[in-house]
Design a protein around this ligand. Sequence first.
Ligand code: OAD
Length: 233
Amino acid sequence: MKKVVVLTGAGISAESGISTFRDKGGLWENHDVYEVASPEGFARNPKLVLEFYNVRRKGLLEVQPNAGHKALIELEKHFDVHIITQNVDDLHERAGSSKVLHLHGELLKAQSTRHPELVYEWKKDLNLGDKCGRGAQLRPFVVWFGEAVTMMEPAIRLAAEAGIFIVVGTSLLVYPAAGLLNYAGYDVPKYIVDPNVPEVYNVPNVEFLQAKATEGVPILVKRLIADDQSRSH
Ligand code: OAD
């Protein structure tokens, strides 16, 4: 089975009701990213940071995967699909995708501030005083600005092995994630689904589908399946 790698960003979850970061009215318009999403911000005001993620966590539990997430399940019937998501939501998993790599962490998990290997499922509010099994304060299991993206290594490996590379709903402004597209082979067909096509440089064989995820992803999935079937007959 041909390997399809799908890099997703906040745009794929926008129509489920989760704000993106950099669109008009996006999260970073109303919050100072360095206050709520950096280790320094957490050290200065942990309560504010915990509350920021508590609001996001509550919101996540109220929304559902959309037709964009769901179309990727259809793709799994025909291809070896690997999703690399920058999103901290669990909408790909809830839609039924089986291979999902979270580059920037997961909102429904908490991590020890002293023992990073200690990670817990976490669906309720996370407060000061919530501790890991070894007594240290817990924090959201989210990669903050200035922190290492430890999942980049497996993500780069996947990107380099892709037979088809799809990008959905990301401004491609945040590195190292944005660089993944450059690891896909020269001849590998690449597709970018986004209503506001992001700038990409030096990426050969790329086709832009200017559409929202709920429209663009199902159309692309249908097309890839049809191409695959016509090739195998
Ligand atoms: P951005 O907010 O930077 O970009 C969202 C992208 O989604 C834009 O290109 C939009 O045009 C597109 N978009 C909006 N609505 C859409 C829809 N209905 N269907 C498809 N696309 C749509 O979000 P990301 O690129 O995901 O990191 O941001 C990357 C990282 O920056 C995030 O993971 C987060 C943030 O800071 C951390 O918090 C570590």
